[in-house]
Design a protein. Structure first.
Length: 304
């Protein structure tokens, strides 16, 4: 049986960073990563790419809705062509975990794969904002996880951290919550191999939420390549401007910039907070922006 590790989580929660840890831990295994990017341009594959690693990208859609058939065909094809020991699935940040589990409940898939872990990464800083604005959808990822991993929790006060854990337990009282600084995080805490019968048992406990909020339905993306700007300061100015709301509600922006100093910068924007750092990844300048009620033409103009 091929092991499946499903790493879900809302936009910018830290899924890709976690996957890099997992890949380092299982460096002696044959692993394939299936990346589901919501936008037209792939970003995460560049970040986790390493020698000998096979990455399959499913772009411009969500595997829990418009790409269902594509996902099933892909995972069966991966098993046949690559014969991996483990497949890591990173759904887009707006995927419904219940729908992904329903797809994996397919008889043909169950014959060849077993779920090893169901991890939802929870952004501790933005949790209450997201639960207020994207409640039903956000709850779906929490309700169907076996393990909740808190990210950025080191920035919270003890009282706020306790309120967060209490809220999570109120949604899913049986879930395991890992609440520690990621510098101290061990992959063994997350990925404990399950027997097949336990995976089957989990299939039967899928909790579906049928109604999505109006905010969720309005989420879209814009992808831009060959950016005409080449200075980090200009990116910072644009990100600061995102907070005004004139481009819509920007939830997530990520990408790369080939700077005027002849180096590559990697940037990440999550719900008003951002960081820009130098990267050793060689790629073209590009950005993917995800949000609600996006002013797409205005966004393209400021980068082009």
């Amino acid at each position: 049986m091929i092991k499946l590790d499903i790493i879900s989580g809302f936009l910018g929660s830290g899924k890709t960073t976690l996957i890099k840890k997992i890949l380092d831990f299982y460096k002696n295994e044959k692993i394939v990563v299936i990346e589901n990017e919501f936008g037209e341009i792939g970003i995460d594959a560049n970040i986790i790419q390493k020698d000998g690693l096979d990455i399959i990208e499913l772009q411009n859609g969500c595997i829990c809705c418009s790409m269902k058939l594509n996902f099933k065909d892909t995972i069966l094809k991966v098993a046949k062509e690559f014969n991996p020991e483990r497949i890591i699935i990173e759904p887009t940040g707006i995927a419904m975990l219940s729908e992904i589990l329903s797809m994996l409940n397919d008889d043909e898939i169950k014959l060849n794969f077993s779920i090893n872990s169901l991890v939802t990464v929870v952004d501790a800083i933005n949790y209450f904002d997201y639960i207020d604005n994207f409640g039903e959808f956000f709850e779906d990822q929490i309700l169907n996880a076996k393990t909740l991993l808190l990210s950025k929790n080191q920035f919270l006060k003890d009282e706020n951290r306790e309120n967060l854990v209490k809220s999570l337990k109120g949604l899913n009282q049986n879930v395991d919550i890992i609440n520690k600084n990621w510098d101290d995080l061990l992959v063994e805490d997350l990925l404990v191999d399950d027997m097949k019968n336990k995976a089957d048992e989990k299939y039967k406990k899928i909790k579906k939420i049928d109604l999505l909020s109006t905010n969720m339905k309005s989420i879209s993306s814009v992808s831009i390549s060959n950016l005409k700007i080449n200075e980090a300061q200009k990116i910072e100015e644009i990100f600061d401007d995102f907070n005004t709301g004139k481009y819509g509600k920007i939830l997530r922006a990520k990408g790369f910039l080939n700077s005027v100093l002849d180096n590559t910068l990697e940037f990440n924007y999550v719900n008003g907070q951002y960081n820009i750092k130098e990267s050793d990844i060689k790629t073209s300048s590009k950005i993917c922006i995800i949000g609600s009620k996006l002013q797409k033409d205005k966004l393209k103009n400021i980068f082009k």
